[in-house]
Design a protein around this ligand. Structure first.
Ligand code: DON
Length: 317
């Protein structure tokens, strides 16, 4: 076993500081040169590949930030954990997972051939399952999206968060593969509404926030859906387990298994370059660097998380 790579805890989690984060960020800053900024959504291609940020919310809700901490980027697929929570709160887990699986995948996030075989999306983290999940949230027009947005604002305690209309328009006008999935599921009866429901998915992906906001989301699911400031309005240990288990199984798509082996933490990536990480019962981590690996996960982001996880022995295994 490669113990040099995977097990080298040298510090206690309570000693995490801005200095630690800064050192790890600087070590990994140049990974962006080996990745590629997503441009299949044209507006995302305009992002500054060099931007990088790293945030942690510790057990007591204290925030540590380093890098481009005020830089905003779109949540993209990270929004899928919020829509899963909103839909499961409303409809119950059984209703959702009657229509899709709990599976992991060896296929990319926009894979959907199983809609033709088993007839159901693999999981709520891949696009097909996420589009279906959002369609299960009740309300006409953009109401389901507004519920997701409100939940993001609540978890981050940041009421200024909104969606980026240019990114939304860009994805809406080019997202024909997602549109195709939407209509395949409508054809099979899994989806019953109109295209507003797909627009809600595009809007949730366009919600803009910072690495600090992502760390607060990570904290929330790490701590039984209790907010970083101790507010327990949505406290629900089982909901946190559901979301974290999906993050671990499918949050990094076909990289999830290797990620579990190396980092060992429930995490969710987005093609905007963000990753949110939950260290169960402990802290939340948020990273941002828009250059992605071949799976659509932030490359420098992954390496910053890996270094932090190794240094503080954060893996759940
Ligand atoms: O639907 C899409 O393709 C994007 N809005 C989200 C994909 C994504 O973030 C995949 N994650 N790494």
């Amino acid at each position: 076993l490669n113990t040099i790579v995977y097990a080298q805890k040298t510090a206690d989690i309570s000693t995490i500081s801005e200095k630690t984060l800064h050192t790890i960020l600087e070590k990994n800053r140049t990974y962006y040169t080996q990745g590629k900024v997503a441009d299949y959504i044209p507006e995302l291609g305009k992002m500054d590949a060099k931007a990088i940020a790293f945030s942690v919310v510790d057990k007591n809700g204290k925030v540590f930030n380093t890098g481009d901490v005020s830089k905003k980027f779109t949540m993209q697929s990270i929004s899928k954990i919020i829509s899963l929570m909103v839909a499961a709160n409303e409809k119950g887990e059984a209703h959702i997972f009657d229509k899709m699986g709990y599976f992991g995948s060896d296929k990319p996030f926009n894979h959907f051939s199983n809609l033709e075989t088993t007839g159901k999306p693999l999981n709520p983290m891949m696009n097909a399952g996420a589009i279906l999940t959002t369609s299960l949230i009740s309300g006409d027009g953009e109401k389901p999206f507004l519920k997701i947005l409100d939940m993001v604002r609540y978890i981050t305690k940041n009421s200024s968060i909104d969606y980026n209309k240019s990114v939304y328009e860009s994805e809406k006008s080019t997202g024909h593969r997602n549109r195709g999935m939407f209509y395949i599921m409508k054809n099979s009866g899994l989806i019953s509404g109109n295209e507003d429901q797909l627009d809600n998915y595009f809007k949730q992906c366009s919600i803009e926030l910072t690495a600090e906001d992502l760390a607060k989301i990570g904290y929330f699911f790490a701590n039984q859906c209790v907010r970083f400031d101790g507010d327990s309005t949505y406290k629900n240990a089982d909901m946190a387990k559901l979301v974290e288990s999906q993050m671990l199984t499918a949050g990094m798509y076909e990289f999830s298994g290797e990620y579990s082996r190396t980092v060992g933490l429930p995490s969710k990536s987005g093609v905007g370059g963000g990753i949110t990480v939950s260290v169960p019962g402990k802290i939340g981590i948020g990273v941002f660097s828009p250059a992605l690996d071949q799976h659509g996960n932030s490359l420098a982001g992954y390496h910053m998380i890996l270094d932090l996880a190794k240094q503080y022995g954060l893996s759940i295994f």
